[in-house]
Ligand binder design. Sequence first.
Ligand SMILES: C[S@@+](CC[C@H](N)C(=O)[O-])C[C@H]1O[C@@H](n2cnc3c(N)ncnc32)[C@H](O)[C@@H]1O
Length: 292
Amino acid sequence: MAADNHKGRHSKASLPPPLKWAGGKRWLVPHLKKLSTLYQNRRLVEPFCGGLAVTLGLAASQALLNDLNPHLINFYQHLQQGLQTTIPMQNNADLYYAHRMRFNELIRQEQAASAESAQLFYYLNRTGYNGLCRFNQSGEFNVPFGKYKTINYVTDFSKYSPVLAPWHFQSGPFESIAIEPDDFIYADPPYDVPFVSYSKEGFSWEDQVRLAEWLVKHPGPVVLSNQATDRIVKLYRGLGFTLIFLMSPRRISCTGDRTPALEVLAMRGLDVNEELIQQFASILPLMPYSST
Ligand SMILES: C[S@@+](CC[C@H](N)C(=O)[O-])C[C@H]1O[C@@H](n2cnc3c(N)ncnc32)[C@H](O)[C@@H]1O
């Protein structure tokens, strides 16, 4: 086991996530902080890093961050290099559709890894409907113009550069990442609900099962969050994870549905003792679980 002293994490003030991202877990950061202070000197691995709410919230010193969405990872790689936006940015439908067309043109021309593409991705994320990221069958970004009254666009991302510099970003399916036995894994896959599809590939029940079987093989600490559906609870209980249940606050989803939902945290390789449970409960009440 890596030495669990207090060096490394929380050394930098945490920055807000730069994007809007469906399923963002900023609200879980206080809980995860309790765990991460216990497992401080490990590298944080997020196979589904999404909007980066967790790694930024924990101010991790070392991190391996993966997401299937290559545009998202391209944006973070440009943030590492101190991205400055130079494209015009206004909350205006004509400009939005012109930028969307240009972004799709860059994808067709295989220029999606460019700085221009990263800037457009940021603009489309902030200006499009509900911060969604959705592509049609031909791989074109097809989110309509959003409904915001005002948007504060960031043009200078230089403060992100030193924070993200030591982190390693990659884009691929979760199983493609090279994890080390000592890594601390926080896995936040797309929710187990039929109507949520974050990528054009979607995330099926078979993917959920493959993920659980992949996580159970990891010898280091693992935390998984998901919607507490009966089959998810059964899957992780069956694999010997310790489960706790929390009511998630309102969040954006692909449908625009903002109903709170019961969330499960499935943990293994961690000392989940009574004191820790009490600390969790002092942040947000723990919920009972009964199958439907
Ligand atoms: C619930 S979101 C993660 C949100 C993140 N924890 C946050 O706080 O912003 C799930 C992410 O998984 C990604 N994803 C979907 N299928 C994937 C796969 N097979 N492998 C890796 N990432 C995947 C999606 O692109 C999405 O960003």
